[in-house]
Design a protein around this ligand. Structure first.
Ligand SMILES: Nc1ncnc2c1ncn2[C@@H]1O[C@H](COP(=O)(O)OP(=O)(O)OP(=O)(O)O)[C@@H](O)[C@H]1O
Ligand SMILES: O=P(O)(O)OC[C@H]1O[C@H](OP(=O)(O)OP(=O)(O)O)[C@H](O)[C@@H]1O
Length: 221
C-alpha cells in the first residue's frame, strides 16, 4: 500500500522536490504532472496528493492522508494540533507587521489590520496588550494600507520585494516560517517503519542541503 503524502502545491512543492529527490524519491512524475492532482512515485510506494496548504491538515485529520508537507504559517493559524515529524528548513519566510511610513505603531487608537492570518494577528496584538480590528484578506494583502482599507498588515515576506515595490515599511518582525513534515497519528501507528524511514531520509537530506549552503557561503568569503 502507498504512503499517502498531502503536499502543498505551488511554492512549497517546488522547494520540497529537491529534498524528496535527495531522500530517494523519483520526482519525475511530480515534475511532469501538469494538472494531475494524485501522483504515484517509486512504483506506487508513495502517492502525492497535491493540495492547498490549509487543506493538507484537513486530509490528515480525516485520515485520508498519512503525511503532510505544509508551511508552519498554516500550522500556526489552524487551531488543531498536528504531530510534527520534521522541520524541512525550506520555504523560509517571515511574518511582519508592515505599513506606509506614516503609520504610528505607538498610537493608542484602535488599529485596523489587514491579513490572510487573523488568528496569528490576533495573538500577536494580544501579546502587546492591544485590541485591534482584523480584516481578513485573501491575497495582495499589501494593498490594504495603500488604499485605506487598513492601518497596517500582518503578512509574509521573503525577499522583501513586494513591500519595497509598494513603498511599505516593516514595523515589527513576528514568527519565522518554514515548511514542516507532519503526520496523522493513526498512520504513524500503522506505518511507523515507512514513516520513520522517510523522516530519517529527509532529515539527512535537510542536513546535506544545509551543509551545501554553508559550504557555498564559505566559498564566497
Ligand atoms: N514569499 C512567500 N510568500 C508566501 N508564502 C511563502 C513564501 N515563501 C514560502 N512560502 C510558503 O508557501 C506557502 C504558500 O504557497 P503559495 O504562495 O504557492 O500558495 P498560496 O498562498 O495558496 O498562493 P496562491 O493561491 O497565490 O498560489 C505558505 O504557506 C508558506 O509556508
Ligand atoms: O517578500 P516577497 O519575496 O516579495 O514575498 C512576499 C509576498 O509573497 C506572498 O504573496 P503571494 O505571491 O503568495 O501572492 P498573494 O498576494 O496572492 O497571496 C506574500 O503574501 C507577499 O505578498
Amino acid at each position: 500500500m502507498s504512503l499517502k503524502i498531502a503536499l502543498t502545491k505551488g511554492r512549497v512543492e517546488k522547494k520540497v522536490i529537491p529534498l524528496l529527490e535527495h531522500a530517494g524519491i523519483n520526482c519525475v512524475p511530480l515534475k511532469n504532472k501538469k494538472r494531475k492532482l494524485i501522483i504515484q512515485c517509486n512504483n506506487g510506494e508513495f502517492e502525492f496528493i497535491l493540495a492547498k496548504g490549509p487543506d493538507v491538515t484537513t486530509y490528515l485529520n480525516a485520515g485520508v492522508a498519512d503525511i503532510g508537507i505544509v508551511g508552519s504559517d498554516i500550522l500556526e493559524e489552524q487551531q488543531n494540533e498536528q504531530y510534527e515529524l520534521l522541520d524541512l528548513e525550506t520555504g523560509k519566510c517571515q511574518f511582519v507587521l508592515a505599513s506606509t511610513a506614516d503609520f504610528d505603531v505607538d498610537s493608542p487608537e484602535r488599529k485596523i489590520i489587514g491579513t490572510k492570518y487573523p488568528l496569528i494577528t490576533k495573538r500577536y496584538f494580544e501579546s502587546l496588550g492591544q485590541d485591534v480590528e482584523i480584516i481578513k484578506i485573501e491575497g495582495s494583502v499589501e494593498l490594504a494600507p495603500l488604499i485605506g482599507l487598513a492601518d497596517a498588515i500582518v503578512d509574509i515576506t521573503e525577499t522583501g520585494t513586494t513591500l519595497k515595490e509598494n513603498n511599505l515599511k516593516i514595523f515589527d518582525y513576528l514568527n519565522k516560517i518554514s515548511t514542516h513534515l507532519v503526520v496523522n497519528r493513526m498512520s504513524l501507528k500503522q506505518h511507523s517503519r515507512e514513516i520513520f524511514n522517510l523522516t530519517d531520509q529527509l532529515e539527512k537530506a535537510v542536513l546535506e542541503e544545509k551543509s551545501k549552503g554553508e559550504l557555498s557561503t564559505d566559498e564566497n568569503l
